[in-house]
Design a protein around this ligand. Structure first.
Ligand code: KG4
Ligand code: ZN
Length: 338
């Protein structure tokens, strides 16, 4: 058994957790969304300052709730990439300091590896290989999970991430931030077939389309044009129909790519993660397609889909139990391939 205190501060959540292998002993997540909402999105400098203000309190709370003492902690981990540099630095520096003071092993974890490991928190009996579909505000990735630390990214987005597209479309429909949950709710009352929107295919030089890569910026522009045309005609915006049509297009595009990718690589399980995994349209399409094509689809509970430190601790526990550690000279990176 390896017990880890893990810290996640890559964006706008200050999170600390204690994890024993795949078991969560405590998980504290403090969201900064109310602070950033007034600016319509995450402001990096504000995020760093917020992390700094509450990180020590979050560490103390995670320790208290786990009912453990420092003697029971084997290692300290933190997200080191990718993310907002100033925000990452707060968590990584706190983790290094704790590891030095309490003489623990230290490990930096890639944020996307954390999202992959979130699957194990809800399904501790799942093991690789499987296909991970990570859909969040910052990422849209199809990752072939082969073993601990052995990943192959098979598909990505060429521009906006899926969650980013939800946020941008919500902004142009004046629905506030974050956009995903509002669009999801509105879409329940709209007609998903009301408007035909472009799916965003990536052309290949030899002809045809990339089977796994997506592009959502054209879709966002198409929604903008649609809104402009409807407004020009003086019509009242059918917001629910627009939301439903937009959500339907994204959900279908992601489902098609995930199913093709899993099938081509003979993978029978698709594990979904990231904030957009909460989307009801995506869940419906993936579940229907999975039943038809005989795949297993796993959706962790939302608290492990969105950013949290338990997923970072779970990844770190696996690495530390295999003898992997990071040097104290480890830095942070805004971008870093998995
Ligand atoms: O994983 P996450 O908490 O943070 C990142 O790592 O980015 O994901 C946040 C993203 C936001 O873009 C938010 O709009 C989106 O997830 N999101 C949703 C839903 N709930 C959150 N998108 C679509 N439908 C939802 N129900
Ligand atoms: Zn994330």
């Amino acid at each position: 058994m390896t017990t880890v205190l893990a810290i996640e501060t890559s964006c706008d959540e200050t999170a600390v957790a204690i994890v024993k292998n795949r078991e969560v002993c405590s998980s504290v997540v403090t969201s900064q969304i109310p602070v950033h909402r007034q600016y319509g999105g995450v402001v990096p400098e504000v995020a760093s300052r917020q992390h700094l203000e509450i990180i020590n309190q979050a560490i103390a709370q995670a320790m208290d709730e786990s009912l453990m003492d420092w003697g029971q902690i084997d290692g300290i981990a933190a997200t080191c990439a990718p993310g907002l540099v100033g925000a990452l630095l707060v968590g990584l520096t706190a983790a290094k300091t704790l590891a030095m003071v309490y003489e623990k092993r230290f490990l930096g974890v890639h944020h996307l590896e954390g999202h992959i490991y979130a699957t194990y928190l809800a399904q501790p009996n799942i093991d690789p290989p499987f296909l991970s579909l990570l859909v969040s505000g910052g990422h849209t990735s199809l990752i072939y999970v082969k073993d601990c630390g052995i990943y192959e990214t098979l598909g990505t987005t060429r521009d906006d991430a899926a969650g980013e597209a939800f946020d941008k479309v919500a902004r142009l429909l004046k629905l506030g931030y974050p956009g995903g949950p509002v669009i999801d709710k509105l879409a329940q009352t709209g007609d998903p077939q009301a408007f035909t929107l472009p799916e965003g295919k990536i052309s290949l030089s030899g002809g045809g389309y990339h089977p796994y890569d997506a592009s959502f910026s054209g879709l966002k522009t198409a929604v903008l044009r649609l809104v402009q045309n409807l407004e020009k005609d003086g019509e009242e915006l059918p917001i629910a129909d627009i939301a439903a049509s937009f959500q339907e297009t994204i959900a279908k595009a992601l489902t098609k790519r995930a199913i093709a990718c899993a099938g081509d690589h003979s993978l029978k399980t698709i594990a979904v993660g990231g904030g957009v995994a909460a989307n009801s349209g995506l869940r419906k399409h993936l579940q229907t397609a999975a039943a038809k094509h005989n795949f297993q689809v796993l959706f962790p509970p939302l608290k492990f889909c969105t950013d949290n430190a338990a997923m970072i601790g779970c990844a770190a526990a696996d690495h530390l139990s295999r003898g992997h550690t990071s040097p104290f000279t480890l830095g942070v990176h805004s971008r870093l391939p998995l």
